[in-house]
Design a protein around this ligand. Structure first.
Ligand SMILES: [Zn+2]
Length: 230
């Protein structure tokens, strides 16, 4: 990458590619670089004079790219994740993925379009939630065993459900977990796991069921009531 200093002190960056082209060609690359292709016969000094002459046009084009990126970043807004509203930050990068951490959801993409950004977030969010569920499943199974209750083999399915947070077909050894739980804190998701596992021993919602559940997970109401209010 090279740069020229304009008479007013501003810097203009460019990348030069030597090619068999007739004239000099200019192309805007990103928000701060001009790509120049020119034949090897054209001297650098002449190329730089041409760049300086067109400087206003290039800076105008950079501004437009910056404004478009800012608008697209803003449109992605926030994403709900484990009880938090994470701001979405979009990075110009070819990884084509989204990464969730404590404070933000970082999207790495070359395509800033809202639809693409949302797709990357949705895919990453599902993967992260599946991983969390696998972890919580292991946690509950380990604790059950430690308490002397041998849990039957269980297949966990994550899916979007309308009316239930989770369900347990104890006969088939199948637990479904609502993907919408990804909006809520980890402990709330855990409370749903405890609830569904408790059904392997008590199939209804009787007092006995809740006594069993609360004995295993005393904070059940504290974390599960969140789902009733919002
Ligand atoms: Zn139930």
């Amino acid at each position: 990458m090279k740069q020229i200093i304009l008479p007013d002190g501003r810097e203009l960056c460019y990348e030069l590619i030597r090619k068999r082209v007739k004239n000099i060609n200019f192309r805007i690359k990103d928000e701060d670089v001009v790509m120049v292709s020119a034949s090897s016969k054209v001297p650098i000094k002449y190329i730089e004079q041409c760049l300086a002459k067109r400087a206003e046009f290039f800076f105008g084009a950079f501004e437009k790219i910056k404004a478009r990126k800012a608008a697209q970043e803003k449109s992605a807004e926030c994403v709900k994740w484990l009880g938090k509203e994470l701001p979405v930050v979009v990075y110009d990068n070819s990884r084509e993925t989204a990464v969730f951490d404590e404070n933000e959801c970082r999207v790495f993409t070359k395509d800033f379009g809202a639809e693409n950004v949302q797709n990357l977030i949705r895919t990453a969010r599902l993967e992260r939630f599946k991983a969390l569920c696998a972890e919580l499943n292991e946690q509950v199974r380990t604790e059950l065993k430690a308490r002397g209750f041998e849990p039957p083999p269980a297949v966990i399915t994550i899916k979007e459900m309308k009316s239930r947070w989770g369900s347990c077909s104890y006969k088939r050894g199948h637990i479904s977990i609502n993907l919408r739980l990804a909006d809520y804190p980890r402990e709330t998701v855990l409370s749903v796991f405890w609830h569904e596992y408790a059904h392997f021993w008590h199939h209804d919602h009787s007092d006995r069921f809740y006594r069993f559940l609360l004995d295993l997970y005393p904070d059940y109401y504290k974390h599960n009531n969140v789902l009733k209010t919002g």
